[in-house]
Design a protein around this ligand. Sequence first.
Ligand code: RIB
Length: 301
Amino acid sequence: MKPKIAVIGSSNTDMICRVPNIPRPGETILGNEFSTVQGGKGANQAVAAARAGGDVTFIACVGNDTFGQQAIEAYQKDGINTSCIQKINGVSTGVALINVADSGENSIAVAPGANAHLLPEMIEKYKDVVLTSDIVLMQLEIPLETVYHVTRLAYSANIPVVLNPAPACEIDKDILKLFTLVTPNEHEASLLSGCWPEAKNEIESAMEIQKQGVKSVIVTTGSKGAYYLDGESSGVVKGVKVNALDTTAAGDTFNGFLVVELAKGKRLPGSIELANKAAALSVTKRGAQPSIPYINELNNI
Ligand code: RIB
C-alpha cells in the first residue's frame, strides 16, 4: 500500500532566465536561455512525493487559463490526484520569475495569482482528504489562514502535519506547537526561532523552535546536509556532494521524499538520508519539476 500524502500548496509556472550572476538592485544584465517549466513549492513537493512512491492528493488553485490546464495535466502524468485542484476565473495561475546563476544559485519572485484563492472554505470542501491521509505537507506560498486552518483540522484528528516554512514568514506561536515536524533552511530557522535577524547556527535555531512546542525539527543546510532534533535523538545527516547546475526545488524534493519515508514509518535519520540523495540529484538538472528524480534513480547516487 502506498502511503497517502495530502499536499496543500501553491502551483506556479516558472519563467526562468539563465544569468551569469544574480543581478543587483538597479542592475540590468544580459542572460542566456529562457525556459518555462512547472513549479510552485506546493506542486514541486506533491510531484516529489509522487515520484518517491506516495499516493498523493494535491489541494491547490490555478487560474482558468492555459498555464493552469498544463499544470493539471502534468500532475496527472505523475499519478497525482488532481480532483481537489480548483480553477479560479479572472485570475492567472501563479507565476515565478526565476534567475538561475552559473553557480547554480537562484533568486525568485512569485506573483501568487490563483494561489491567493486557496482559502479555508476550500479546505472545508476537501476536508476528508486531509482527515484520511497518513501525513499532511504544507509550505507558505498560500494564505497563512489556510495553513492554520489545515493544521488545526489535522491536529484535532491526530494526523501528522509537516510544514516546510518557505518562503520565510513568522508563524503564530499557538499554531507552531501543533506541527509534528518543521523543515526550515537556516534562514527560515533563524526567523522561526524568534531570534531573527541575529545570526544563529542551525543547532541553536532548532533547539529554540523545539522549545516552542514543535515535536521535531529538521534544519536543511544545502549540500552540507541537515540537522535534526526530535524527542529521542539529534544529529547531522550529511549531504551528498554533486556538481550543482540549478538549486531550484532542491528543498521541495527533500520534503516530498522525506514525508513519504516518514509515512512508511521510517525514523528521521534514515528518511533524511534518502531525502538528501533525492535533493542532491535534483540540483544536477535544470528547472523545478523536470529536475525531481524518481525513486529508482536514487540507486545511482
Ligand atoms: O522552491 C522552488 C519554487 O519556488 C519554484 O518552483 C517557484 O515556483 C517558487 O515557488
